[in-house]
Design a protein around this ligand. Structure first.
Ligand code: PEP
Ligand code: MN
Length: 261
């Protein structure tokens, strides 16, 4: 299987790519405020959830398909590709129709081979990069399996996202990082890029900077950081989102020379 490195996706991404944007799209005004805040930063791709897989019912589950067109606002302001999470074939179809540039598969979906296969079947004959978050449990085989399924349907622009693992005894992190896991993945699938999602590892904004630095130290290929113009008022993951200004400060203070890869 041939895998194309993130730098060669044709999207202008760099070696330490930075992806930013809100946990969830809430309104066109919110997308515009965040994109304007990110202007002048190093952001190379804009993220936003429109379908939100919540672990328990009763909280905001995303605007859905209608929010896809709002992402064009961010695209116009920042001139960068946009990425959304897809969890089934209907999401893929809507995202492709809506002009989404890159898809990502979330941790609650990677865990289920039937769901991953459904997504793969809907991607036959389509050339689009797909990023795959690690499954919620620390199972490298499931993560690898998702890449293999995608590769079998011809998707070769692939990247992993390390977002940590559920651990009921973990107190410091929302999702415990297991740095050996992305390193193993990179060894087993030569050429694959693996970035880090410090937001879902941290769960609180205070430790986003230290988790980001650790990801760089372990040789990961970039960062995806949840960013909101008014984080405390975010409709999902309020505690872990940071403002565009904070993101700029965090990114500018990262030390890329310490990388040990
Ligand atoms: C997200 O990125 O907003 C998300 C739902 O993440 P995860 O799949 O890592 O929980
Ligand atoms: Mn989130």
């Amino acid at each position: 299987m041939e895998i194309v490195d993130i730098k060669d996706w044709g999207l202008g991404l760099s070696e330490h790519t930075l992806i930013a944007g809100p946990c969830s799209a809430e309104s066109p005004e919110q997308i515009e405020a965040i994109a304007r805040g990110l202007k002048g930063s190093r952001v190379e791709m804009f993220r936003s959830g429109v379908w939100k897989p919540r672990t328990r019912p009763g909280s905001f589950e995303g605007i859905g398909e209608d929010a896809l067109e709002w992402l064009n606002i961010a695209k116009d302001i920042l001139n960068v590709p946009v990425t959304v999470e897809v969890a089934n074939a209907a999401h893929v179809e809507a995202a492709l129709k809506g002009g989404v540039d890159v898809l990502w598969i979330g941790a609650r979906t990677t865990v289920n081979p039937f769901s991953v296969q459904e997504i793969c079947d809907s991607l036959k004959g389509v050339d689009i990069p797909v990023m795959v978050k690690n499954p919620i449990n620390p199972d490298l085989q499931l993560w690898l399996g998702a890449f293999e399924r995608l590769s079998k349907v011809g998707i070769n622009k692939l990247a992993g996202i390390h977002r940590g693992f559920s651990d009921p005894y973990e107190k410091r992190y929302r999702n415990k990082p297991e740095w050996s896991m992305p390193i193993h993945l990179k060894r087993m699938m030569p050429g694959i890029s693996v970035i880090c999602d410090p937001s879902h590892i941290a769960g609180t904004r205070e430790i986003i900077a230290s988790v980001s630095q650790r990801a760089i130290n372990f040789g990961l290929d970039g960062l995806m950081i949840e960013t909101h113009h008014d984080p405390d008022k975010a409709w999902s993951d309020a505690k872990q989102q940071i403002t565009p200004d904070t993101l700029k400060i965090i990114y500018d203070n990262l030390n890329f020379r310490e990388s040990i890869d």
